[in-house]
Design a protein around this ligand. Structure first.
Ligand code: GLY
Length: 398
């Protein structure tokens, strides 16, 4: 990694110690939960299991089709890549196969097929050449491409949702899902997937990112004419707010789009949002749910924090590859911000003992939800991903 030139000796010592803590914890956590697909931990500290639930039902896709169900597999693939231990490959394979039912049930699937099949099937295919994984990933890419609305040049986010017509809704999170489309074009040589990914990214760049560098969560378009109608607060504090996990999806997502296309405006957009994020983050490195939320209650989201840290490292690396002096100064700033956030998590918001299966604590699903200061499997994923990048043992998943 080129951006590791900004790490000091004591940074490196801390990274190595923390990475060893991750390996030690994940060894028993992975064995204990080998047949599960977890989302959050239960009262006794064990991971729950979405794999024993129906892919679709009264729960609006909270079961086996739940959008985070790829992250357990992704965590296993990161650990397999970093340690070479077979156990992680086997466990990743179990969850990947369990997702197959979701394809035929269909209704539970939406734009988050990227989050579901990039860290499972694409990772498996890239690391082992598994032909079944390639087939699954291409099928998921077809489903994602089929959600493209040519009038508005965006990928529709969800399907039917209670109390709203979401036909014209696009959301910032999808900047991650489009990785699946870049992969499909690179794999097949067919440019259609990449064209859709770029059309969506261009729409997000022009319709989501505000002049101050913050990002909306949800933008609604007229699905027939493509006209931008309005934005919605989504998982943030209020309309016009800056949901921190959404800012993380924007930073990291535009950096990913630059990696796949080399289009300078994507890198500039990633930096614009990153500058907003770094300019608003507290010195403590503890990240609120929304940068515009009131001081009390002091709601935190370690999940958005971990995703932002990994995205800032990715962006720093992109800038080092791009390369002039100004880029290098920005890269150093983003690396320092990422280290600050990761220290805050590892030193103050992590469980390293056996009282809880998760590592990362104090994650919040949405500002106006009851799921506050819980654990989340994708927080563990992004925290581990970020630490492994710093340790130069990371696997590029997206
Ligand atoms: N993609 C939804 C979330 O970040 O919670």
């Amino acid at each position: 990694m080129k951006a590791d030139r900004f790490l000091t000796g004591s940074d490196r010592e801390w990274i190595s110690r923390t990475t060893e803590q991750i390996f030690a914890k994940m060894e028993w956590v992975s064995e204990k939960n080998r047949d599960k697909i977890p989302y959050t931990t239960l009262e006794d500290g064990s991971w729950d299991d979405r794999s024993d639930q129906t892919p679709w039902g009264e729960d609006w896709g909270m079961g086996r089709s739940w959008w985070t169900n790829g992250f357990w597999g992704g965590l296993m693939w990161q650990l397999y890549h970093a340690t070479g231990q077979e156990r992680y490959r086997e466990i990743a394979g179990i969850s990947e196969e369990k997702l197959d039912d979701c394809f035929l049930q269909y209704y539970g699937l939406h734009h988050d097929v990227g989050f579901m099949w990039m860290p499972t099937s694409v990772a498996d295919y890239r690391l082992t050449g598994n032909a079944d994984s390639k087939r699954r990933a291409l099928l998921a890419a077809q489903l994602l491409a089929g959600r493209f609305n040519p009038a508005g040049r965006f990928i529709r986010a969800w399907n039917e949702i209670p109390d709203a017509d979401a036909t014209g809704w696009a959301i910032i999170d999808c900047m991650f899902n489009i990785s699946l489309l870049y992969w499909a074009s690179e794999e097949t040589g067919d440019p259609r997937y990449r064209e859709i990914a770029q059309a969506h990214a261009d729409t997000v760049m022009n319709s989501f990112i505000r002049p101050d560098g913050s990002s909306c969560h949800i933008v609604e378009f007229d699905p027939f004419t493509g006209r931008r109608v309005c934005s919605h607060a989504g998982q943030g504090y209020s309309h016009g707010g800056a949901w921190t996990r959404g800012q993380a999806w924007a930073i990291y997502g535009f950096a990913i789009s630059w990696r796949h296309t080399g289009k300078q405006s994507y890198l500039d957009t990633a930096q614009k949002v990153a500058d907003f994020f770094v300019g608003h983050m507290p010195e403590s490195g503890i990240i609120p749910v929304d940068f515009c939320q009131p001081e009390v209650p002091a709601l935190e989201d370690s999940c958005g924090a971990a995703a932002a840290a990994s995205g800032l490292i990715e962006l720093a690396e992109c800038l080092m590859k791009n390369g002039d002096e100004q880029d290098q100064a920005s890269a150093e700033k983003y690396m320092q911000a990422a280290l600050c956030i990761l220290h805050a998590i590892a030193d103050t918001r992590a469980c390293w003992d056996r009282s809880c299966d998760a590592i990362v604590l104090n994650c919040t699903a949405a500002y106006h939800s009851d799921d506050r200061h819980i654990t989340m499997v994708y927080a563990d994923y992004f925290f581990v991903e970020a630490m492994l990048k710093l340790a130069d043992k990371g696997f590029f998943m997206w």
